[in-house]
Design a binder for this molecule. Structure first.
Ligand code: 0RA
Length: 640
């Protein structure tokens, strides 16, 4: 009889040439995200080993060159015995064979790596590394095999006797594939910390040999510890003591492993961090929808059965979840991600699965925790009443706002092309700068709104305070597109809004405050690519007959190094503020579309952004200024 091979058996295994030919297909691109994808891939394999109870420790070392990494775990060790069909050590097979869909389940040998939880498998990392060394402790010995560009540089070697088991992968990405091979320590460190929260008990260590720093993370209470960390970084105290938790290891809930910790706080927004197989899902998806649905049903049911329904207001889902902070981590076998940044879960079945786990457990928890339930229900009813009150107040202002243009702020110098795509509203700090900008602008397409005084830090303010703030309400009125839930980007009175502040630290601070407001309350404007930062110069440098403009100190030094012989023949003027600049100079350097440079504000990773904004504008004041100054260097699009 002829043996039957299913298509899967044949199609699954290939050589690594396709990876080198089209790396983007496997890791999403060869930019920084793609480079770090290699790290996540190697890390995931170690995490997998820990998740299945075989490893308790993971160490990641960023080596001194900043471009190579070692990941070690104390798991079972990659098998080194001969693979029955490939006639090679299993380790070599795993590292040189492409596994479709990241899964490699070789029925016969019993090897199963669900390591592709993140995607593609260690062989892809190997293919894209100029060097990779796998070291395994297993069967009483240390074993080692070296690879270059995915090809074995020699056979698997049996080295000295060893106690214990484990796997160590060293890799150095190929600089001919990646234009930039420097790893970002902060990104890696943050990811490792998250791993330690999502896998309770596992000891995760980051050794940064570039900076000499070492961090060790270990959390026995897992997502509950994570919840408390997030709450600590944000404003709004908890409204009840014990968090609500779910911890379902496989089986129940239709197959998904579910880990959840959440608590209502006094914050005015909802903050849920979700993960699928340890991958952050910043744009949510079916698992988050299931969570929201489950919470909504449980709360409504509880309120009904205890006859707590408020009079005169109906509770919306948003009311129910106002102030909720939560961490949801699920592990599933075949995650499907969608969306531009592939950070939204699309597996339809997850919605009902999570819903059916959360609803009954939360309802039961509410019934057993009367004090907490009371506080939560009171919090929800308060949210609903506040919403109704602010809606009523808004309707009054909106009625008068639509009736006339007269309500536009008095300090706004409008442009004649307002409403057209190429029109621009400049938000300028201070009246004197506003004056220069007003004179220097192109009146046809550029409008100027000067803001006086300090802008409110919206991260710590209530909605009422935000609405009462003159500077912010002027901004909202001038833009004409509403804010919060009423935002309608299509109504925006200008093609772009451009923030123009002094090039000094005060200016950066104001920019940060405005960005925080826009991010929290007019986020669609940023997503629609309608928000920009102007880049006014800080220095004028005259060298001989030439004039150069520098936006900061490094820029100045670069110009001096390139065009001057040191500082000797250069004449340097530092602008104290925009107001000091002649209108013509402001036009030439900052306003004129032909000569200026703008940064487009963009949200590359919603979770990361939230983290940064909380860090910046929440409790820790010291972190604030670093942000815009550092990020503004990154030219072109600014990662908010
Ligand atoms: C295949 C089979 C087994 C373990 C592993 C792979 C494994 C892979 C990696 C990658 C990094 N660390 C790892 N640790 C283990 C199971 C072998 C057995 O049954 O003992």
């Amino acid at each position: 009889m002829t043996p039957t091979y299913s298509a899967k058996d044949i199609a699954v295994l290939e050589g690594l040439e396709p990876v080198r030919k089209r790396p983007g297909m496997y890791i999403g691109g060869v930019g920084s995200a793609g480079l770090h994808h290699l790290v996540w891939e190697v890390l995931d394999n170690a995490v997998d080993e820990a998740m299945n109870g075989h490893a308790t420790e993971i160490t990641l070392t960023l080596h001194r060159d900043g471009t190579s990494i070692t990941v070690t775990d104390n798991g079972r060790g990659i098998p080194v015995d001969r693979h029955p069909t490939h006639k090679k050590p299993a380790l070599e097979v795993i590292l040189t064979t492409l596994h479709a869909g990241g899964k490699f389940d070789d029925g016969g040998s019993g090897y199963k790596t669900s390591g592709g939880l993140h995607g593609v498998g260690a062989s892809v990392v190997n293919a894209l590394s100029k060097q990779l060394v796998a070291t395994v402790k297993r069967d009483g010995f240390t074993w080692e095999q070296k690879f270059g560009l995915g090809k074995p540089l020699g056979k698997l070697k049996k080295l000295k006797p060893a106690r214990g088991t484990g796997t160590t992968i060293y890799f150095h990405p190929d600089p001919t594939v990646f234009p930039k091979t420097e790893f970002d320590a902060e990104t890696i460190c943050h990811r490792l910390e998250v791993v330690s929260y999502l896998h309770r008990g596992v000891r995760v260590t980051f050794e940064n040999q570039v900076s000499g720093e070492k961090h060790a993370f270990q959390h026995e209470r897992g997502v509950v510890d994570y919840l408390e960390k997030i709450e600590g970084d944000r404003v709004g105290r908890p409204v009840h003591d014990t968090p609500f938790t779910v911890n379902r290891e496989h089986g129940n809930g239709g197959g998904a492993r579910v880990d959840l910790a959440m608590r209502w706080t006094e914050a005015t927004d909802e903050h849920i961090r979700s993960y699928v197989n340890g991958i952050p899902t910043g744009s949510g998806g079916t698992h988050e929808n299931g969570l929201r649905a489950g919470i909504g049903k449980a709360i409504r049911n509880y309120i009904e059965t205890h006859t707590l329904s408020p009079k005169g207001v109906t509770l919306t889902g948003d009311d129910i979840r106002e102030g909720l902070v939560g961490v949801l981590s699920v592990f599933i076998t075949d995650p499907q991600f969608q969306g531009q940044t592939k950070d939204r879960l699309n597996n339809a079945e997850l919605q009902a699965q999570i819903d059916s786990v959360v609803r009954p457990t939360l309802e039961q928890w509410l019934n057993q925790n009367g004090t907490a339930a009371e506080a939560i229900v009171a919090r929800i009813i308060l949210a609903a009443r506040a919403r109704e009150a602010s809606r009523a107040a808004q309707q009054v202002t909106r009625k008068s706002a639509t009736s006339a243009r007269l309500n536009l702020p008095g300090k706004l110098s409008d442009c004649s092309d307002r409403g057209k795509a190429n029109s621009e509203l400049f938000i300028v700090e201070g009246d004197s700068a506003g004056g220069s900008a007003k004179q220097g602008r192109d009146r046809r397409r550029q409008a100027i709104l000067p803001l006086r005084g300090k802008v409110l830090n919206t991260e710590q303010a209530t909605m009422t305070k935000i609405r009462e703030n003159k500077e912010l309400s002027d901004l909202v009125t001038a833009l004409g597109c509403g804010m919060g839930r009423d935002l309608d980007v299509s109504k925006m009175r200008y093609g772009r809004v451009i923030l123009l502040a002094d090039a000094d630290s005060d200016g950066h601070h104001i920019t940060t405050l405005l960005l925080t407001f826009l991010y929290r309350h007019m986020q669609e404007l940023i997503r629609a690519e309608r928000v920009y930062l102007a880049q006014p110069p800080l220095y004028r440098i005259n060298i001989g007959k030439e004039t150069y403009w520098a936006k900061d100190d490094p820029d100045r030094d670069a110009i001096l190094a390139k065009h001057g012989n040191g500082r000797a023949n250069a004449e340097i003027t530092r602008f104290k503020g925009l107001g000091e600049m002649m209108p013509k100079v402001l036009w030439e350097t900052t306003l004129n579309p032909a000569t200026r440079r703008l940064l487009r504000v963009e949200i590359s990773d919603a979770l990361q952004t939230d983290r940064v904004i909380c860090g910046l504008m929440g409790k820790d004041v010291s972190e604030r200024l670093r942000f815009v100054t550092e990020r503004a260097e990154q030219a072109e699009a600014l990662d908010l």
